[in-house]
Design a binder for this molecule. Structure first.
Ligand code: GDP
Ligand code: MN
Length: 387
């Protein structure tokens, strides 16, 4: 799960990470008061779940309350387009107004779970502010890494290594150690999967602050953090993905045109692969789960068909715990209710497969039955191309 910058900063501050003073506002009327309270130059920052806001016009300096109101007026309600939002952009519903800082250096800090080593890794770079992806691709030696042994926790010597590596000296090393340690504490305490500070700034006065903050959380740990779950912003999520999550379906929208109805994450992955091999592109990942009932299957199918990009659908089910007749009944019910126009290719195997096929055949609906995955993928890709 993702949260907004202002929310991440609140959590980080609670764990002792230094962040700029600021307040988030939703109503334009509040811009003046907040800017007055902060005094001097302020920064107005669009709150959306996407990076690259600075380059897209979502981060602006304002010299005083007057200008802050003007900037907030332009920003609130705008569709902000960044390299992470796609061309349709994101509606800005809130802006964060912060004290303007005198920046001497912009550094990068990131904490993620490294899958290869199965440990958290602290990453730091002197080349912060800009797109860190570019630094990682072109100058990987500019990114320092410290792997953390979870049992022992993040060690002070690792903090110092990073601090010296970033070219900090004197009192800043102590400040950096405090900062990094607090960041790790926040990361660990919240079951975060990512905590990224880009940039971590060194001000002209010598202070160290998180100018930007991004946190993602492990969905599987959210049951331990009801306070974090409350921060979920459904406006920032794909509406179809939100619907799917209401029915406990594992659905991720993609940009192809072949809708995929599959059970089991592994089968769903290989289905997407084989669609690619056949020359097509999947419109979604969907794992209806091992023990889905007819209703979930129906909702899953409805969600696939609500995506206007879907030109053909592949139903690829292996009935283990899941029974093929349940899938068939769910699909037929949804197809009848929705008046499906897109062609549907079905590949069923496993428990009650004959009954499942019979239900589909007797439904009077137009399903093409495939023999095996390869055949299914080729058929559905051909249909999607013609549809
Ligand atoms: P992002 O583009 O979405 O990552 O948004 P950031 O919060 O990282 O802001 C982008 C850039 O705006 C930063 O790298 C800074 O260069 C600039 N910026 C943000 N806040 C301030 C500030 O208080 N003072 C100055 N001078 N620049 C700022
Ligand atoms: Mn940033």
């Amino acid at each position: 799960m993702k949260i907004h910058e202002f929310q991440a900063k609140r959590i980080l501050a609670q764990h002792g990470v230094a962040v700029p003073r600021g307040e988030v506002i939703e109503r334009l009327e509040d811009a003046r008061t907040v800017a007055q309270k902060l005094g001097g130059t302020v920064v107005v920052k669009a709150q959306i779940h996407a990076g690259g806001r600075g380059k897209g016009g979502g981060v602006k300096l304002a010299r005083g309350p007057e200008e802050a109101v003007e900037v907030a007026h332009r920003m609130l309600g705008m569709k902000l387009v960044t390299h992470q939002t796609g061309p349709e952009g994101r509606l800005v519903r809130r802006v964060l107004i912060e004290e303007g800082l005198d920046i001497a250096r912009e550094l990068y800090l990131g904490l993620v779970v490294d899958r290869a080593t199965g440990r958290p890794v602290f990453m730091a770079s002197e080349e912060g502010g800009v797109e860190i992806e570019v630094v990682a691709a072109e100058r990987p030696e500019k990114i320092l890494k410290e792997f953390i042994e979870p049992g022992a926790g993040f060690q002070p010597f690792q903090s110092r290594k990073l601090a010296y590596g970033l070219g900090l000296s004197g009192a800043q090393v102590g400040a950096a150690v405090g900062f990094f340690t607090a960041l790790y504490r926040a990361f660990e305490a919240t079951d975060a999967s990512l905590a990224e500070i880009n940039p971590l700034v060194v001000t002209r006065q010598g202070g160290l602050l998180a100018l930007d903050a991004k946190m993602n959380f492990d969905d599987n740990a959210l049951y331990r953090h009801p306070d974090i779950l409350e921060l979920r912003d459904l406006n920032e999520e794909d509406p179809l993905e939100v619907r799917a999550s209401e029915f406990k379906l594992n659905y991720i929208r993609l940009d192809g045109n072949v809708g995929c109805m599959v059970n089991g994450a592994g089968l769903a992955m290989s289905t997407m692969d084989i669609i690619q091999y056949a020359g097509g592109r999947p419109a979604n990942f969907l794992d209806v789960g091992g023990g889905a009932n007819e209703e979930q299957v129906r909702h899953g199918f409805e969600i696939i068909l609500s995506d206007p990009n879907v030109r053909a659908v592949l139903i690829n089910i292996f009935g283990g715990i899941m029974r093929c007749d349940i899938v068939a009944s769910g699909v037929v019910a949804a197809a009848k209710a929705l008046g499906v126009k897109a062609p549907v290719v079905v590949r069923l195997e496993g428990t009650n497969v004959e009954l499942g096929k019979k239900i589909l055949e007797e439904s009077g609906l137009n399903f093409a039955v495939a023999t095996g995955m390869k055949d299914a993928a080729e058929k559905v890709v051909r249909l999607a191309a013609n549809g």
